[in-house]
Design a protein around this ligand. Sequence first.
Ligand SMILES: Nc1nc2c(c(=O)[nH]1)N[C@@H](CN(C=O)c1ccc(C(=O)N[C@@H](CCC(=O)O)C(=O)O)cc1)CN2
Length: 299
Amino acid sequence: MTIVAPRTPNLGLRLPSDEGVLLVHGEDRPGLVRAISSALSENGANIVSLDQHTDDPEGGRFFQRTVFHVNDYAAVRPALEESLAKLLGKGLGLTWTLSDRSVPKRVAILASTSDHCLLDLLWRQRRGEIAMTVPLVIANHTDVADDVRSFGIPFVHVPSGGVDKSAAEARIVELLKGNVDLVVLARYMQILSGDFLEQIGVPVINIHHSFLPAFIGAGPYRKAKERGVKLIGATAHYVTQDLDEGPIIEQDVVRVTHSDTAADLQRRGADVERAVLARAVTWHCQDRVMRNGRETVVF
Ligand SMILES: Nc1nc2c(c(=O)[nH]1)N[C@@H](CN(C=O)c1ccc(C(=O)N[C@@H](CCC(=O)O)C(=O)O)cc1)CN2
């Protein structure tokens, strides 16, 4: 008798139609909320939700996320963009981006040998929990190839190339440039060059397996055991040239005890890594995260 394992129920990604997200940031001053609201309403857009933050009421930086509904958004969008460019860009010197909530983000995932964070993201995507598509997975080892392909997702093996990583990075840029909106490092264990980050041209999110700023770099669970910590954690952050120093998006921790070995820490930490990375990627794909220097604003 053939037992067919039930597929993971696909909750179905429900992406709202005719809804957009407007992200605005810049030098704070009175009247910005009104100006943004006017620009939207003058183009027939109805505000669904609005979150705003100023990092210094006496003259800091202004951040706002506005979700709006407008009939036939695709047709209205060019005029709305022209209006926003005139008012927000030229007029007020603000930086803004407009997105369409019906269009999932294209997310490439890079991995090495660990599968827990990678497969967790693929599983959540298949269930419709994250507003993203995954056009391909790239890894510098082949351990995860079969699992990735079982999701119907292309897998490309790009060996790291040892000391000179430039050829490997060039291959990854060739595969990704212009084809993705976000790159996620799901325990990808290669340090990326500044040139790569510049060429790829989209945000890169990494999951570091420690509660940063503790234990930057390789082997954080070994370092944590040696230090005798009572908490271990995971940190999802945007990737910059400076290793594990990028703006933090999400973190979490779990208690450990003297009886936990380094292997126990790694096993228990894996659950935290998966949850933290999933939240960070979900929020980024919902356009909830804005960078403010070395930190992030998460609406
Ligand atoms: N430019 C950046 N690249 C990467 C970052 C980052 O923040 N900025 N995060 C790392 C992920 N990471 C920890 O989370 C990490 C990965 C790899 C290493 C490391 O020492 N790698 C060695 C090779 C190790 C191996 O081959 O197994 C190396 O690259 O020489 C430290 C930390 C991902 N990249």
